[in-house]
Write a protein that binds this ligand. Structure first.
Ligand code: LLP
Length: 427
């Protein structure tokens, strides 16, 4: 459930008409709903009630300061995967003790930044990384809490590009080798083993892969404890999926996910951490775009929008299906047309939807892509020299531009012409 609904024939974001924001901001833009964000954050925390737990929002899903601040104020911790995300989380006011640093290739500079600013733990992905963190922490006279990310070799049954828990994926330490790696970590200075970490993929729509992976982590916890390690914290990753297409089978409700976690882990008396991104922010934004033109060929009706693959990459990259709705609610029995919905970028892959049935639309009409909050704005680029599009946050009757649209001049001015190109050609 989200807070983007029709009222009197117009799409509203909470209590603000989307067309009013479009008039003020111009299209295309991302539009987030505070109420939806908080509702989904609440669903996750409630699902884990009864366990000592911390929800560490995966900043990579949407990293605008206003989104992070909204979640921090609600009590969230943050899961970060780069110095940039770490500093974003800090800037949004997250206590360092609530920042978890994940990521498969942390650099020495990133590790030092997090050690200097403080953190809850590193989720360590390999033995060389253990050694690097140990060396840097010890050189600073620090001892840092760590978990080791184990790769349980479980098929998450999701899109291959976002599956992370199989043996052939680059992530984590193979669970079969983890006992020896923990033993070696225990001897390294500057590290304090506190737990185990696992994350098997994103947009999981079935609990079975979670169950398989979590049972392996539970068993490993027992083994590691019998080896003498103090395992007090389990980081269970993110990955629970959200509904995108109305026809899709609904993914499990967060409460079912919470029940599974309790069933498997309650008896271990550990702190439980989760790192959801999509589940919290996925349905909390729409992408609003205008129709530039409609063009019919013998083969197709194309609806050309002012948004493109550089603004919203998921359809081109993962063949992702996103619901597209007009901002003006269609009349009942309005004429419908089968469109290919495309952007203006010079690639055939700049296509959002193929043969999509929509009410007849014309140039200037506004449309919204639903469920674009996660991995939308953060994956945008300036391809085709198209400036990044604005982000807007609604809260009840209020809205604010939380990232403005840069001008084309701003974009060009970032480039530097080297001195040898500055002199005139006759010199
Ligand atoms: N923790 C770790 C270590 C992760 O790698 C990820 C996502 C998460 C948590 C959050 O997963 P979530 O709860 O959002 O599923 N760009 C892709 C998704 C990439 C996910 C990468 N890792 C997409 O648009 O579908």
């Amino acid at each position: 459930m989200d807070h983007f609904n029709y009222l009197n024939g117009q799409l509203y974001a909470e209590e603000v008409a989307v067309s009013e924001i479009a008039d003020a901001v111009g299209t295309p833009f991302y539009l987030y709903s505070t109420a939806t964000l908080l509702r989904h954050y609440g669903l996750v925390t409630t699902a884990l009630d009864g366990l000592d737990h911390l929800v560490c929002y995966a900043v990579k899903a949407a990293s605008n300061q206003a989104i992070l601040r909204t979640l921090v104020n609600a009590g969230a911790g943050m899961d970060v995967v780069s110095a940039g995300e770490y500093l974003r989380a800090q800037a949004a006011g997250v206590a360092s003790q609530k920042i978890v640093f994940s990521g498969v290739g942390k650099t020495a500079a990133e590790i030092a930044t997090a050690l200097d600013g403080g953190l809850r733990q590193f989720n360590v992905e390999s033995e060389p990384e253990l050694e690097l963190i140990s060396t840097i922490a010890a050189s600073k006279g620090l001892t840092v809490p760590i978990t080791i990310r184990v790769n349980p070799d479980v098929d998450a049954k999701t899109h291959a590009k976002i599956s992370t828990g199989k043996a052939e994926n680059k992530f984590g330490v193979p669970i079969s080798q983890s006992r020896e790696v923990y033993a070696r970590a225990a001897k390294m200075p500057g590290l304090k083993i506190v737990g185990v970490d696992v994350h098997i993929g994103s947009q999981l729509t079935d609990l079975a892969p979670f169950e398989k992976a979590y049972r392996k982590v539970s068993e490993l916890t027992g083994v590691l404890r019998s080896d003498g390690h103090e395992i007090t914290r389990l980081d269970l990753g993110g990955g629970l999926g959200i509904p995108y297409a109305p026809s899709d089978e609904a993914p499990p409700h967060p409460s079912e996910y919470g029940k599974l976690i309790k069933d498997i882990f309650k008896r271990l008396n550990c702190e439980i951490q989760v790192e959801p991104g999509r589940l919290i922010v996925g349905n909390a934004a729409i992408l609003v775009a205008s129709v530039i033109s409609c063009k019919s060929t013998d083969a197709k009706n194309f609806l050309v929008l002012d948004a493109a693959m550089n603004d919203f990459l998921r359809p081109a990259m993962y063949n992702a299906w996103h619901e597209i709705i007009p901002i003006q609610q269609p009349e009942e029995h309005a004429e419908e047309i089968r469109y290919d919905v495309v952007g203006p970028v010079c690639e055939t892959s700049d296509s959002f939807a193929c043969d999509r049935v929509l009410p007849s639309l014309c140039s200037g009409d506004l449309v919204a892509f639903r469920s674009t909050g996660a991995y939308g704005a953060v994956m945008a680029s300036e391809y085709n020299s198209r400036p990044l599009i604005p982000e807007v946050l609604v809260n009840g009757k209020n809205y604010a531009v939380v990232r403005p649209r840069p001008s084309i001049e701003d974009m060009i001015d970032r480039d530097i012409i080297p001195q040898w190109l500055c002199s005139s050609s006759s010199d």
